[in-house]
Ligand binder design. Structure first.
Ligand code: HEM
Length: 339
């Protein structure tokens, strides 16, 4: 294909999750009452440190955390339920679902591929993977949106999802449904925006679909949706050249670590042929994303369908973002599809 033309100038970069702050030495943020780590080596070490427990960004000083034995069991069950055999069985169906959606979209006017392709496509993937009743998809999607947005009714929505999925084939199908229907389209929005801003890379992918697996790793590095994670020291610990007393909190800046030039030369350049191994877009170590292989498969198929159908982009200036500083993505992306 000829590379898609941007119909408007480059979008504004203010608050742009695709341009995170550069990494730097660890420091203590007294206003936030937390250590901040942003260099790739520091973040990567912290993610692999068993004496640091996952915690929420706003929880109390001392986190009670999840029982590590239960966490390890749920992780092992999730990985088993998302086996390579299962993923390859789903792959063709994921492509069919996305092709049906894209074929129904108009070709004579710009369409918002976040709302009209990524979101319904990911909802259909969530239904497929969790075995939910397709007739309940919209209602379950509404519940997932409330959980993801953390609105006042999020707790009730979460409980209803847990109740609905209590006998589902995948452990924690409620959270999996939320991740697939809400988080995955946000990643696709950022990944597709990154490609639209780099027409030469997009054209490269269009001429060589074999590049997709590598491209998805680079997009997880460059355009990952999780900007940061929180940890709490279970004991006094020395890490990244600092001493962190028991109970203190750390903020691990994933997006900044993914732009560390000591790990990724020319980090602000999207290069789909780059070896992006070691990125932390899906975490790393014993708590890394248990749905990682599924995310890679689904994002690869969806991005393939996107690339095959895109003709031109109409990137709004400035891009409208949604989500807070931890989880930020393009709210909409207008494109013209090929006729
Ligand atoms: C684009 C979509 C997704 C993104 C960006 C994402 C991102 C992440 C990240 C960054 C972590 C690390 C959390 C930490 O270290 O504190 C994580 C953990 C996890 N993710 Fe995902 N995830 C996605 C989709 C999914 C899906 C679809 C599933 C399940 C089917 C899933 C299941 C999990 C589980 C169970 C963990 C916790 C692993 C553990 O503590 O052992 N994720 N995810």
């Amino acid at each position: 294909m000829s590379s898609p033309k941007c119909m408007q100038a480059r979008s504004s970069t203010k608050g742009d999750p695709l341009l995170p702050p550069p990494p730097g030495a660890p420091y203590y943020d007294s206003a936030m009452d937390t250590w901040v780590l942003s260099r790739h080596a520091d973040v990567s070490t912290a993610l692999r440190e068993p004496r640091l427990r996952p915690t929420g960004p706003r929880s109390d000083k001392r986190s009670h955390g999840e029982d590590p034995i239960i966490q390890a069991r749920v992780r092992a069950e999730t990985l088993a339920a998302l086996s390579p055999a299962k993923l390859s069985a789903w792959q063709a169906e994921v492509r069919r679902l996305l092709c049906v959606l894209v074929d129904e979209l108009p070709r004579d006017r710009p369409v918002d591929i976040v709302h009209e392709l990524a979101e319904p496509g990911c909802l259909a993937i969530a239904v497929l993977v969790t075995g939910a009743d397709p007739l309940k998809a919209q209602h379950l999607g509404d519940l997932a949106r409330k959980v993801s947005a953390g609105t006042s009714d999020a707790k009730a929505a979460n409980a209803e999802l847990a109740q609905y999925f209590q006998n589902a084939p995948i452990p924690m199908s409620g959270p999996a449904f939320v991740a697939l229907s809400q988080t995955l389209p946000r990643f696709l929005a950022n990944a597709w925006l990154a490609l639209l801003r780099h027409p030469a890379e997009l054209a490269r992918l269009d001429t060589d679909a074999n590049l997709l697996p590598k491209a998805i790793e680079e997009l997880l590095r460059y355009a990952g949706v999780a900007q940061k994670l929180s940890r709490q020291a279970g004991v006094d610990i020395e890490l990244a050249g600092i001493r962190i007393p028991e109970g203190e909190r750390l903020r691990l800046m994933l997006a900044s670590a993914n732009r560390d030039p000591t790990q990724f030369p020319e980090p602000n350049r999207l290069d789909l042929t780059r070896n992006a191994a070691g990125h932390v877009g899906l975490g790393a170590g014993m708590h890394s994303c248990a749905g990682g292989a599924l995310v890679r498969m689904a994002a690869g198929v969806a991005t393939g369908v996107f690339v095959e159908n895109i003709a031109a982009a109409d990137i709004r200036n400035p891009v409208e973002w949604r989500g807070g500083s931890g989880f930020r993505s393009a709210a909409s992306l207008y494109v013209l599809l090929r006729r």
